[in-house]
Ligand binder design. Structure first.
Ligand SMILES: O=C[C@H](O)[C@H](O)COP(=O)(O)O
Ligand SMILES: C=C(OP(=O)(O)O)C(=O)O
Ligand SMILES: [Mn+2]
Length: 448
């Protein structure tokens, strides 16, 4: 009998292909030293956890669960404080409770957190007055401050990103496993918020119902473990391939490569070229992955991505995160979903209602209107309902803080209010009130 072994995947084949959106490092030799150091660091996540997430996403492809994925557009080192991380987790947990209880669906919770430090940009430079400097590409590359020193693309930042991701992950593990995420705390998460906001008050009523349901179950002798902690997964855009490659390890159990920088990685709209380096690299890792699909995506593009990224049709391996814009989703999405569904490929369809709806306010702030965000999600549900397919989740840019970056919502943030607390390092995020409002609306759409 002949023993045929498949050759190991070439994890460096991407180096021969075009990789868009990679920074030009000020000191390329430093990049080699830094990636060697990264390659010797412990994993941030474990292969078994990635498999667990893949299983949950498999349930999403079968219509049995819903993804809530979100966090900052661009995490910053400075913004990774315990308070900021806790506020984000708290907001995500509250949104998940709303979706689970009001939407009656198990929610897969994925943070855009603990590694979301690299940004693709529309332009390589930024000009203010008569000064032009390299564009900010995320804290993993350079600093937001508009000075030549800060905008220098510094490879040492890759190491700092790794350690910052480690501390954020440590906090998320503590918050989600150490009692804070216990469902019996549903009220406590809301205490600082309830008086200040309509969404907070609405949430409090729902929390009271949950309390009653749990008291009833307890009286019946049912107190499942699932009430006391939650599974929370990390994700970011796999943009800087030198970083992702350095954090890829061979899993001792299976001999397969996993990118241990996060549980879930996605390829951005700007780097999803079928013959490009990003698709080539991500096709070899075993993590669950996603691809952002913008309004110019054809059904053939989507099918080609499936062929490359999930040729064996493994459920949960591949999600498509569509970001069409509220004005286009009803026109563009149906053909994609229809043809992909006809191919038989298991796909988790996730709606990013943020990136197709950005505009510039007269003050120069990049913003989004909550109504457009809601409208794109509504269009996403309409399309899937009409085709009999499963609207599998949402992908959001939000923060747990009370910022003024997106307009609209119960507090009617106006374009003229944007300057008050505009703190994002890149794209405008929903604040806590807007996020919770949106969660209630999504829950209604899900049940509707
Ligand atoms: O987050 C997504 C992109 O990185 C971001 O929208 C790019 O923004 P820009 O168009 O200002 O470069
Ligand atoms: C860069 C992003 O989005 P997209 O690739 O969809 O433009 C992002 O998610 O921040
Ligand atoms: Mn963004």
């Amino acid at each position: 009998m002949s023993t045929q072994s498949t050759p190991p995947p070439d994890l460096d084949a991407w180096r021969k292909l075009t990789a868009l959106q990679q920074p030009e490092w000020a000191d390329p030799a430093e990049l080699d030293a830094v990636t060697a150091e990264l390659a010797a660091q412990p994993p941030l996540v474990f292969a078994g956890e990635c498999d667990q997430l893949k299983e949950r996403l498999g349930a999403v492809t079968r219509g049995e669960a819903f993804v809530l994925q979100g966090g900052d557009c661009a995490e910053t080192f400075e913004g990774s404080s315990a308070d900021a991380v806790r506020n984000k987790i708290k907001t995500l947990l509250q949104m998940a409770v709303v979706l689970t209880y009001a939407g009656r669906v198990p929610v897969v919770k994925i943070g855009r957190m603990a590694g979301q430090f690299a940004k693709p940009r529309s332009k390589p430079t930024e000009t203010r007055g008569d000064v032009t400097l390299p564009a900010y590409r995320g804290d993993m590359v350079n600093g937001l401050e508009f000075t030549p020193e800060s905008r220098r693309n510094d490879a040492k930042r890759l190491l700092r990103a790794y350690f910052s991701a480690a501390t954020t992950l440590n906090l998320t593990r503590a918050f989600t496993k150490g009692g804070y995420a216990d469902l019996r705390q549903v009220h406590a998460w809301n205490q600082d918020f309830v008086a200040a906001s309509p969404a907070g008050r609405r949430y409090d009523l729902l929390a009271a119902e949950i309390d009653r349901a749990m008291a009833f179950m307890k009286a019946c002798g049912i107190e499942p473990e699932e009430f006391s902690e939650v599974d929370f997964f990390s994700s970011h855009e796999a943009l800087l391939l030198d970083y992702e490659r350095a954090l890829t390890r061979i899993d001792a159990r299976t001999g397969d490569p996993y990118d241990v920088s996060a549980h879930y990685l996605w390829i951005g709209e700007r780097t999803r070229q079928i013959d490009g380096a990003h698709v080539e690299f991500l096709r070899h890792i075993k993590n669950p992955i996603g691809v952002k699909l913008g309004p110019t995506t054809t059904a053939d593009d989507a099918l080609a991505l499936i062929d490359k990224l999930n040729p064996e049709g493994e459920p949960g391996r591949l999600s498509f995160i569509t970001r069409m814009g509220a004005g286009k989703i009803r026109e563009v999405l149906p053909e994609l979903v229809e043809k992909v569904t006809r191919s038989g490929a298991p796909i988790a369809w996730i709606c990013d209602p943020m990136h197709g709806n950005t505009f510039e306010a007269p003050s120069g702030h990049k913003t989004r209107h909550l109504n457009d965000v809601v409208d794109e999600v509504a269009g996403f549900f309409e399309v899937h309902r009409a085709l009999g397919t499963h609207p599998g989740g949402v992908h959001l840019e939000f923060t747990g803080d009370d910022v003024t970056e997106c307009v609209g919502g119960a507090h009617e943030i106006a374009e003229s209010d944007l300057h008050e607390r505009y703190e994002t390092a890149c794209d405008p995020r929903l604040n806590r009130q807007q996020s919770l409002d949106l969660a209630f609306m999504v829950a209604e759409m899900y049940r509707g």
